[in-house]
Design a protein around this ligand. Sequence first.
Ligand code: 8YV
Length: 315
Amino acid sequence: MKKPEILQVGPYPESDQERLDARFTMHRYFDADDKTAFLNDVAPGIRGIATRGELGASRQIIEALPNLEVISVYGVGYDAVDLDAAKERNVGVSNTPNVLTGDVADMAVAMMLAQARGMIGADAWVRSGNWASKGFYGTRARAFGKRVGILGLGRIGYAVAKRLAAFDMDIAYTSTGEKDLAESWTYCADTRSLAERSDFLFVTLAASAETRHIVNQEVIEALGPDGILINVSRAANVDEEALLSALEKGTLGAAALDVFEGEPKINPRFLTLDNILLQPHIGSATPETRRAMGDLMYENLVAHFEGGDLVTPIL
Ligand code: 8YV
């Protein structure tokens, strides 16, 4: 039987790649020098797209593939997939929810603690010999017992809040509406008031056109000169220009980011700041989670081509 042909938008770990190559004919879009020519060449045979959260599938790619049936995303975020274009063409879309929730939440909490307590600077203090020559590194912000804002109490936001509850933190959240929760966390109707009452603001919101720059200058200023912003969702949820200028002026205390506009080529202004913790989009990057994401991405493709329903469908 002829193997289904898949357009592969980005690279995967070796074991995922081997399994995909065994079951499908994978066309490596990311390896092509002339992407337009490559796409024209392979387009008629392509029935599926395998992509990653941050790479997605644009309208241009979807429209270039006349026989496209399914898009399988390796990642929970599907904001980079043009869902309208997929809908118009009746193309199924799946992602990899749940399996990465715990690791992304761990990472968000680690970023808060590292930034609040100045751990990166402290490490440099030891390595540079400053501890021996100059002495005490200094005091840094306390985390436990402080006020936390969770911008988007979805799966990841909830997992972050659960962890922070164990730090006796005062937790508030925004969501599409007040949630019926067992926990007595405070619901805030808008982002600004959430930021205003928070020492730490976590951005754990699925990105969409509606949430673009939801963390704007006003929200950043409401978080204030002692506040810390942690973003483990998508860069587009934060107005990066406003964030940079607030960090430069000190109108925001500090930030910890795992996601950036135009990543992996980030704005060089970030590199000159010492009140920012920079992470290379590694929230879900543990072997266990990446294996589970690879399994789910593969299982969705197999389910579709065996005539079944997608395991974790978005569309
Ligand atoms: C991954 C992500 O880093 O789940 C997502 O939406 O952005 C991340 O978990 C990414 O999808 C892997 O390329």
